[in-house]
Design a protein around this ligand. Structure first.
Ligand SMILES: NC(=O)c1ccc[n+]([C@@H]2O[C@H](COP(=O)([O-])OP(=O)(O)OC[C@H]3O[C@@H](n4cnc5c(N)ncnc54)[C@H](OP(=O)(O)O)[C@@H]3O)[C@@H](O)[C@H]2O)c1
Length: 443
């Protein structure tokens, strides 16, 4: 592994293909024999630090259409939080199901799960049938894993019946020194970014792109008012940039003055601090309070000069969903990709049907959407929102911080990279975007 790391650090990328592939590597994983460790505990009491381990594991065999990547950096996504607290289900069920698919996928069904759905790094080796990528290529990976044998996925690869999220529903994820991906997950690493910056947008940036911009999501247009929950978080920090780039009018919801400052630094002018406003959409466990929905709606109109939200960018789920349906404009769209605060949503359907609103489900991004989203990063139209970088040994703490909502934007992880700040190949381009790239740093 040291030889590979040294060659990458020395920028001797042509040498990578000639180096021996290590037989094992260090990886962040959860263990099957611990999947019941949090039974009986409330979600908030489950501690990712107890479940995530860093261990040496054998290098998987590279199959047809696959690529082995030396991972320089990765990031923590909320799906790693879900895996580490074994909610809503243990991910070992996903691995067992994938393992039953064919001889090639059998290797994923192991008593450990190497997690992580983002990476930046260098191709070490490719399997038979890979033409586009070769050892030494600097890459990032998106997390869509599909088989595409069924016509259902041929228009929109997210519709493939065998659609999985790499590093969550498959093994050999990105929070490790090596990672195994399908070669069609690979995309060029933006040359103006460091390894840790390049690793952090992938999953959330692609998800926000489909959810907000794509015709498969809300199909945002110029002038749309977009209510963005968690606007300084992983998804929201990219949705906010896309709304601003696309000529829309984001109304950013955050929970502290510091977070309000961050979204303002991106250019958002209309900001709601939900903590200061003290919204209580739920009166108790069973009942919501429509007066609180109205109070949010009135706040949006006050900020926009009388407009309602054409699009509500949803992911908090149970806690906010009733309010989201209420505040969407007549004919507007509530587009949801998650349920962080609870999966069983309730809302008053009269507001939906009488006002011809639509609820759209969205999940990650198809190949093309992921590529388009990465292109925006590469062209400096969207910037990484990296706030803090952890060592691989501290991933448990990083996931704990994300679970406790103590972070801003995205949280990065150094895997093979020995320190932050490495991997920039286009310093002139970086210089042009430096302020934007650093907006979330250390806030
Ligand atoms: N389906 C997909 O493809 C997909 C992709 C990415 C993520 N997700 C899911 O989307 C969710 C968010 O992911 P993320 O990466 O954006 O996480 P994140 O970085 O933790 O950001 C979420 C933000 O939501 C806000 N929030 C949290 N709880 C809330 C509540 N009860 N009410 C209102 N706002 C709340 C917080 O902002 P404030 O405290 O500042 O308001 C937080 O910053 C997770 O459940 C994740 O698993 C799904």
């Amino acid at each position: 592994m040291d030889q590979i790391r040294d060659a990458i650090l020395a920028d001797d990328l042509d040498a990578i293909g000639g180096l021996p592939t290590p037989g094992s590597y260090r990886a962040v994983l959860v263990r099957k024999d611990e999947q019941d460790m949090f039974e009986g505990l409330a979600t908030k009491e489950k501690d990712p630090r107890k479940a995530l381990h860093v261990e040496e594991v054998p290098t998987p065999e590279i199959g047809p259409g696959e690529a082995l990547i030396a991972v320089m950096a990765s990031s923590v996504n909320y799906n790693t939080v879900w895996t580490s607290i074994f909610e809503p289900v243990s991910t070992f069920g996903f691995l067992a199901r994938y393992g039953r698919l064919n001889d090639l996928t059998k290797k994923h069904d192991l008593p450990y799960h190497v997690v992580g759905s983002d990476l930046s790094g260098v191709v070490v080796a490719v399997g038979p049938g890979v033409n586009k990528w070769k050892p030494g290529d600097e890459v990032v990976a998106h997390c869509l894993s599909v088989e595409l044998e069924d016509p259902a996925g041929h228009d929109d690869t997210m519709m493939d019946p065998q659609q999985r999220i790499w590093g969550f529903e498959t093994n050999f994820g990105g929070l490790a020194e090596l990672s195994l991906v399908k070669s069609n997950q690979l995309m060029p690493k933006p040359a103006h970014l460091t390894w840790e910056e390049a690793a952090c947008p992938g999953l959330v940036n692609s998800t926000a792109y489909r959810q907000l911009v794509s015709h498969n999501g809300a199909n945002m247009k110029q002038g749309d008012v977009v209510l963005i929950w968690g606007a300084s978080g992983g998804l929201g920090s990219y949705a906010t940039q896309m709304a601003l780039n696309g000529g829309a009018i984001p109304v950013c919801v955050v929970s502290s003055p510091e977070k309000a400052d961050i979204v303002r630094s991106m250019g958002a002018e209309l900001v709601i601090d939900r903590s200061a406003e003290q919204y209580r959409f739920w009166r108790d466990e069973e009942n919501q309070d429509p007066r609180e929905w109205q109070r949010l709606g009135a706040k949006i109109r006050e900020l926009t000069g009388g407009d309602d939200a054409d699009i509500v960018f949803e992911h908090p789920g149970r806690e906010t969903f009733g309010a989201s349906v209420y505040v969407a404009k007549k004919g507007g769209t509530i587009v949801t990709c998650a349920s962080t605060s609870g999966f069983l949503h309730s809302y008053d359907n009269r507001y939906l049907w009488m006002n011809l609103k639509r609820i759209v489900g969205s999940h990650f991004a198809n190949y093309r959407e992921a590529w388009e989203a990465n292109r925006l990063i590469d062209r400096g139209l969207i910037h990484p929102t990296l706030s803090k970088t952890y060592a691989m040994d501290d991933v448990g703490q990083a996931a704990y911080d994300v679970h406790r909502n103590r972070h801003q934007g995205k949280v990065g992880v150094l895997t093979l990279a020995p320190e932050e700040g490495l991997g920039v190949k286009d310093p002139a381009k970086r210089e042009r975007h430096l302020t934007a790239i650093n907006r979330f740093r250390d806030v």
